[in-house]
Design a protein around this ligand. Structure first.
Ligand SMILES: [Zn+2]
Length: 130
């Protein structure tokens, strides 16, 4: 009777162990799968980040050409010269010379010491009038 019970207990213990092993296997598999999917996601992210525009120039016996990314319009747009910025002129009254510096007091564009004085005088007059 006791022996039978012992065997039963032994069997139950074995079954429990087996079940545990199975659970472990499933958990490990699950974790491995999870990691796999994570790696896959990461590599996908990286690949999307690495979407660099690739231009390649081909010059061989068969052809000479330039391959551009599909998202790029070809032939390329012609870019015109950028306009030269309008020359800034002296801001002193009655003077049309090109600007050479700006007044440290009024910030007005100036070309010469003479214009500096004229500008300053004009500024003073305006301030006094105000
Ligand atoms: Zn001037």
């Amino acid at each position: 009777m006791l022996a039978k019970k012992a065997i039963k207990t032994q069997k139950r213990w074995e079954q429990t162990q087996e079940k545990r092993e199975e659970d472990k296997k499933i958990t490990v598999d699950h974790l491995l799968k999870k990691q796999d999917s994570k790696v896959g996601k990461n590599s996908r992210l990286k690949s999307s980040k690495k979407e660099i525009y690739m231009f390649s120039y081909v010059n061989n016996r068969d052809m000479v050409g330039l391959s551009v990314p599909a998202s790029y319009s070809f032939p390329m747009e012609v870019q015109g010269e950028r306009g030269v910025p309008a020359a800034r002129l002296c801001g002193a009254p009655g003077c049309r010379n090109p600007r050479r510096y700006s007044c440290s007091r009024t910030g007005v564009s100036l070309c010469s010491l003479q214009c500096y004085k004229v500008n300053l005088a004009a500024h003073k007059m305006l301030q006094e009038a105000a």
